[in-house]
Design a protein around this ligand. Structure first.
Ligand code: COA
Length: 258
């Protein structure tokens, strides 16, 4: 698939994905969603990468929501289909086997906030502003904002921000646990790269399994404890674990196969 709404660059084995709709504050239209779908369900797995950073073009927005101009043509059925598709794509990001970091500079509203929350970590700049303002449009969040916001910041604050549509400034986002770090732009970008490189030195199966098992805790259809017990046992029998344990005992750095 040719990417037109996203820009994909691979730099030193890290994918940098830029939402490239600066004039519309990087609003997530159908094209952006289709290209995210292509990347996370297909293309990225074929690349030799350690992880990915998702960011917005320009300095005003990560993404200011779903593209509101596409809403007028929707009815109940096509609206639900749009929401279900968004859920599926964001679950693919959440469960991706490599670390995905949202680098949030400027607005991350509505679907933009939901995309950031689907990533494994969020690093914000000082100008980042989060929010679920859908009530202003007579709507509720549609790409899992009602599910992931309470998970990240607790029900009480999630309820307040979703019902009022109030925006969450970067330091408040940090205090709430919505973001991992707040840093000036260059430092934020470098921090994302540093974290992905650090994770890249760890056992790749262990990293993928940790993502899977942590996510299972929040998935009502799964028994996270049973999954952890199963994967912990199976991990002990892998070459990767043998290498990690041997390296520790031999006082050397583990050399994991990627
Ligand atoms: N969908 C489509 N277009 C959007 C958009 C969205 N979610 N958010 C911003 N844009 C467009 C604006 O319509 C405008 O386009 P124009 O130049 O053709 O008029 C352009 O991006 C710049 O936005 P503008 O509103 O002029 O910038 P601002 O600095 O005055 O305000 C925001 C910034 C983010 C506060 C404001 O754009 C906004 O409230 N956006 C919608 C946020 C939202 O409700 N998101 C949830 C959607 S479900």
């Amino acid at each position: 698939m040719e990417l037109t709404a996203l820009n994909l660059e691979v730099n030193q084995n890290i994918a940098i994905i830029t939402i490239n709709r600066e004039k519309s504050l990087n609003a997530l239209n159908t094209q952006v969603m289709d290209e995210l779908d292509f990347l996370f369900t297909d293309h990225l797995s074929s690349l030799n990468i350690k992880g990915a950073v998702i960011k917005g073009a320009g300095n005003k927005a990560f993404a200011a929501g779903a593209d509101i101009t596409e809403f007028m043509s929707l009815d109940a059925s096509s609206g639900s289909a749009l929401s279900a598709k968004g859920h599926r794509i964001f679950i693919a990001i959440e469960n991706f086997h490599l670390p995905i970091i949202a680098l949030v500079n400027g607005y991350a509203l509505g679907a933009g906030c939901e995309l950031a929350m689907a990533c494994h970590l969020r690093i914000a700049t000082e100008t980042a502003i989060f929010g679920q303002p859908e009530v202003n449009l007579g709507l509720i969040p549609g790409y899992a904002g009602t599910q992931r916001l309470p998970l990240l910041i607790g029900k009480s604050k999630a309820m307040e921000y979703t019902l009022t549509g109030d925006m969450i400034k970067s330091l408040e986002a940090l205090n709430l646990g919505l973001v991992n770090y707040v840093l000036p732009y260059d430092d934020a970008f470098n921090k994302a790269i540093e974290i992905i490189n650090k994770i890249g030195t760890k056992g790749p199966n262990a990293v993928a399994n940790a993502i899977k098992t942590i996510n299972a805790f929040y998935d009502k259809s799964q028994d996270g404890v049973a999954l952890e017990i199963d994967i912990f046992g199976k991990s002990l029998a892998t070459e990767e674990c043998k290498e990690g344990v041997s390296a520790f005992l031999e006082k050397r750095k583990a050399q994991f196969k990627r």
